[in-house]
Design a binder for this molecule. Structure first.
Ligand SMILES: [Zn+2]
Length: 283
């Protein structure tokens, strides 16, 4: 996420995909071909992304009002973390009718786009491999503080990282802004579980999210790792920016980003102490 001047009402539809109930069909319609491939049919609880019948924000909010947001237990790494050098928690957004963007099942799984054997044979092959290495290093840096696991399946991963140029954006006055070099956005869905009587009315669901990170292929060298590290910070729940250059979540992109700072982790720790609707039943 980069800060933009778009009003919230415009910005949210850009980053939030859709919140809606699952029935039986795994119909996935979206303008994003990558997200369109994602379905969750193989998971133990039947899940789907449903994008063609979006709930309005007010419908989603009225669902959310039926229960109260609650905090989850912190992952062990954050539970044990102690530091007193401050944080930038006041800069972090809680999303309306979602709460803080907190993961509650650990480790959080990460997919990194992998070149095919054919792609590796092309003139681009080596840079594709280097890209994977840089992004993997960014994941490894966060893994010190937060339980992450790299997996091969983009469909089941909590966070999917793609080597792809983010789309164009519109300014408040409708002008086309240059595409960002990196972007993180999330999508909300329900993990639904049918009760034994198979009655649709008895469906219960858990509000869940999934993150997509796009890193432009035009980024090279240490910029890739730096951008991946910053966007991963957003995907872990730091939905905001630090005013200090010495933090990974500093607003502007820098070539050699600093190591993950104690302030970054203090902020993450405070976020994980907050209430959320994510990971809890919502009906
Ligand atoms: Zn950002």
């Amino acid at each position: 996420m980069k800060k933009t001047n778009l009003p919230k009402t415009l910005r949210q539809p850009l980053v939030i995909a859709i919140l809606t109930w699952l029935t039986f069909l795994s119909v996935i319609l979206t303008t994003d071909p990558i997200i369109a491939k994602n379905s969750f049919n193989n998971s133990p609880i039947q899940t789907n992304l449903i994008n063609h019948l979006p709930k309005t924000a007010s419908e989603a909010a009225s669902d959310a009002e039926n229960i109260l947001p609650k905090p989850h237990p912190l992952p062990e790494t954050l539970q044990q973390w102690q530091d007193s050098s401050g944080d930038y928690f006041s800069e972090i957004e809680s999303i309306s009718s979602v709460g803080y963007l907190i993961w509650s099942q650990f480790p959080v799984t990460v997919y990194i786009q992998t070149p095919t054997p054919e792609q590796l044979e092309t003139f681009e092959g080596k840079s594709l491999q280097t890209w994977v290495t840089f992004v993997s290093q960014a994941v490894a840096e966060w893994s010190v503080y937060f339980p992450l696991k790299i997996i091969d399946d983009p469909e089941t991963a909590d966070i999917a990282i793609w080597r792809r140029r983010p789309g164009l954006r519109l300014s408040e006055t409708g002008e086309i802004l240059p595409a960002r070099s990196a972007e993180a956005h999330y999508q909300l869905y329900h993990i639904s579980q049918e009760k034994s009587d198979n009655s649709p009315e008895e469906l219960t669901g858990i509000l869940a999210h999934k993150f997509t990170i796009l890193l432009s292929p035009t980024q090279t060298g240490s910029y890739i790792q730096s951008a991946a590290k910053h966007e991963l910070g957003h995907a872990l729940g730091i939905w905001g920016h630090s005013p200090l250059e010495t933090d990974v979540m500093y607003l502007a992109q820098v070539r050699n980003s600093p190591p993950i700072s104690p302030r970054d982790i203090n902020t993450l720790q405070r976020i994980y102490q907050q209430p959320t609707y994510l990971g809890w039943p919502i009906k």
